[in-house]
Structures are given as structure tokens and as C-alpha cells.
Design a protein around this ligand. Structure first.
Ligand SMILES: NC(=O)c1ccc[n+]([C@@H]2O[C@H](COP(=O)([O-])OP(=O)(O)OC[C@H]3O[C@@H](n4cnc5c(N)ncnc54)[C@H](OP(=O)(O)O)[C@@H]3O)[C@@H](O)[C@H]2O)c1
Length: 252
């Protein structure tokens, strides 16, 4: 019962595809009303319909997390329509090709773009969800990465943004205790659109699999359970924490 989230309302940014979609489905499966959002109107509508198939309520509010007015609207619409915002999962994230490479080759615009979505976007969502989360005595889950814990070559904007997100997790946990718990997930390699090129490159895929004790990429659904855990009463004494879900990758 500690994992039951019936009666709670959960907003998942980047909840239409990949890890975010799987997290949204895990929350719906745990009984929560879920608002899965992203920039694409069609994808948001489709994801909201998928949530309703679990017998819970949903709402389609397309939102770009870099657009502050849209972020504000996302949380006020959710609270107005579904009664509360109990959990926010800051999952929207990007790592485009232009942001890969040694620092001297990364265009400043690409650095700004990654930081804008992965770090500033997560901050905006936390800022504008704050009042609702405090009213609800809720919980914030930031989807960071193993790149928020260790360095990764050729991924400087991404690693910088994810280390920043881990920092926000800890500092927000201090400000919002004891009312709102704030935690992060640090997934390793997960099969999604974001890692498609990696997985298609046989040499890279094999080296990642060799380096991962569990010997494979995760499926997105394998990140859903840990997200539900962090948001649920089972984690009532957990805040400011980073839960690594990486098949043992950082254990080496
Ligand atoms: N895949 C991995 O191996 C891995 C590992 C560690 C951490 N992560 C993290 O997990 C999160 C999800 O990654 P993923 O692999 O599932 O990526 P993905 O398949 O590319 O999905 C990204 C999601 O974010 C949305 N999104 C992108 N920019 C957005 C914006 N500005 N505003 C709102 N939504 C936006 C996308 O929808 P639209 O493009 O339609 O807006 C999509 O729903 C990211 O934060 C990523 O850094 C992934």
C-alpha cells in the first residue's frame, strides 16, 4: 500500500516518449492521475489518452519547459482541473549532436539550448509548482543521469546541466523540508530516441554493455518503478537523495 498513489496528481515533463512516458505509465498504474506533457500537441493528446486507459484522469497541456508562461499555465491548469499537484517529475531533457564533442567544438548556442531545457526548464517547473507541492505536501523527482555524478567525455553541456540538476535537488530539498521531498534519479544507459545513435553504433553499444555489470541497456519501464518509489510513502524519509538506476555502471 505504501506504493499506492491513488488520489494523487502527477505531472511528468517530457512524458510523451521514452523514459518520461514509461514513468507516466508507472504512476498511472499506481493509481495516480497523470499529466504527461511535452512540446508536441499530438503526442501530448496521445499520451493523455494512454493514461486514461489505466482508469485514471489525465489532461493534455502541451508545454515547452523553457517557456515560463506555459510552465505556469501547466501547473495552474492541472490544479484547477484535477484538484492538486502532488508530484512533479522533471524529466524533459535533450542532448543534441551539436552539443557533443570537445569543449572547443561545442557551439555556444548548443550549450545554451541544453542548459535551457535540462537545467533552467527543471528550475522553472520547480519554481511554478512550488506553491502547489507545498499545499499538497508533495514530492519532486528530477531525472538527472549518471552524467550528473561523473564526467563523460564529449558531453560537456549535458554533464554540466545534469550536475546542476543534482545540485538543485539537494538545495531544494533543504529549502522545502519538511513539507516537500526532493530527490533525483540517475539512470545509466536506457533504450530511447536519445540513445538510438549509440545503440546503432555496434562498437559503442558493445563497449557500454561490457562496462555495465548487468550487461545491457535498460528498458524505459525499468526507470518507472524507482520514480514511483521516490514519490511514494515508501520513501517518506528520503530527501535530497540521488537514486542511481544504471545496471551497476557507476559501481566500477
Ligand atoms: N536515455 C538514456 O539513456 C538516459 C540516461 C540518463 C538520463 N536520461 C534522461 O532522461 C530524460 C528522458 O530522456 P529520454 O531518453 O526518454 O529522451 P527522449 O526519448 O528523447 O524523450 C525526451 C522527452 O522530452 C521532451 N522534451 C524535449 N524538449 C522539451 C522541452 N523543451 N519541453 C518539454 N518537453 C521536452 C520530448 O518531447 P518533445 O520533443 O515532443 O517536446 C520527449 O517527450 C532526459 O532528461 C534524459 O537526460 C536519459
Amino acid at each position: 500500500m505504501e506504493f499506492d498513489l491513488s488520489g494523487k496528481t502527477v505531472v511528468v515533463t517530457g512524458g510523451t516518449r521514452g523514459i518520461g512516458r514509461a514513468i507516466a505509465e508507472s504512476f498511472a498504474d499506481a493509481g495516480a492521475d497523470v499529466v504527461p506533457t511535452s512540446r508536441s500537441h499530438d503526442d501530448v493528446q496521445d499520451a493523455a489518452d494512454a493514461m486514461r486507459e489505466y482508469g485514471v484522469e489525465s489532461l493534455a497541456v502541451p508545454t515547452d519547459v523553457t517557456d515560463e508562461a506555459a510552465v505556469q499555465r501547466l501547473f495552474s491548469d492541472t490544479a484547477d482541473e484535477l484538484g492538486s499537484v502532488d508530484v512533479v517529475v522533471n524529466n524533459a531533457g535533450v542532448n543534441p549532436d551539436g552539443a557533443l564533442g570537445p569543449p572547443e567544438d561545442v557551439a555556444t548556442d548548443d550549450f545554451d539550448f541544453v542548459t535551457d531545457v535540462n537545467l533552467r526548464g527543471a528550475f522553472l517547473c520547480a519554481k511554478h509548482a512550488a506553491e502547489h507541492l507545498q499545499d499538497a505536501g508533495g514530492s519532486l523527482v528530477n531525472v538527472a543521469s549518471v552524467g550528473g555524478l561523473v564526467g563523460l567525455p564529449r558531453q560537456h553541456p549535458y554533464v554540466g546541466s545534469k550536475h546542476g540538476l543534482v545540485g538543485l535537488t539537494k538545495s531544494m530539498a533543504l529549502d522545502w523540508a519538511p513539507d516537500v521531498r526532493v530527490n533525483a534519479l540517475a539512470p545509466g544507459y536506457v533504450s530511447t530516441d536519445l540513445t538510438e545513435d549509440l545503440e546503432e553504433n555496434e562498437r559503442l553499444r558493445e563497449s557500454i554493455e561490457r562496462r555495465t555489470p548487468l550487461g545491457r541497456f535498460a528498458e524505459p519501464a525499468e526507470i518507472g518503478g524507482p520514480a514511483v518509489f521516490l514519490a511514494s510513502d515508501a520513501a517518506a524519509y528520503v530527501t535530497g537523495e540521488v537514486l542511481t538506476v544504471d545496471g551497476g555502471w557507476t559501481a566500477r
